[in-house]
Design a protein around this ligand. Structure first.
Ligand SMILES: [Cu+2]
Length: 130
């Protein structure tokens, strides 16, 4: 009798655990975006974008994000000089990201392609809002 009760509890625990794991996967997959290799994370709905530098320009030069979902953008330690002064003119964004932990937070509401650049326009790329 005791073994049966234990068995039932064990089975229920397994089912419940399985359910919890699968439901958290669902939450994760909602937050996950397949953005060209520059987006880490997503346990939440924030689209984290980390840009690097390659050949004196931003890398990657194309970022794809979803509209109406917050974006947190940062620059890694390869990004030097004026490239750290990140600008998306059409979105009214311009910020000097001094440290790798500095971020630009914004939520793109309009779909389309927006040019991003350094403050001088020397480094540039495209932000595609889908
Ligand atoms: Cu520049």
């Amino acid at each position: 009798m005791k073994n049966t009760t234990l068995g039932i509890i064990l089975i229920l625990t397994v089912i419940l655990t399985g359910y919890l794991i699968s439901s958290s996967d669902t939450i994760n997959s909602i937050g996950t975006n397949t953005i060209t290799g520059n987006v880490i994370n997503n346990n939440d709905l924030i689209q984290k974008v980390v840009l690097s530098e390659k050949d004196l320009n931003y890398y990657p030069q194309e970022i794809r994000v979803k509209a109406n979902q917050p974006v947190s953008l940062s620059l890694d330690d390869k990004v030097k000089g004026c490239l750290r002064s990140f600008t998306i003119r059409d979105l009214g964004i311009s910020k000097y990201l001094k440290a790798v932990t500095d971020t630009i937070e914004f939520t793109p509401t309009k779909k389309g392609t927006f040019v991003f650049s350094c403050s001088m326009g020397m480094g540039y790329g495209k932000l595609i809002v889908e």
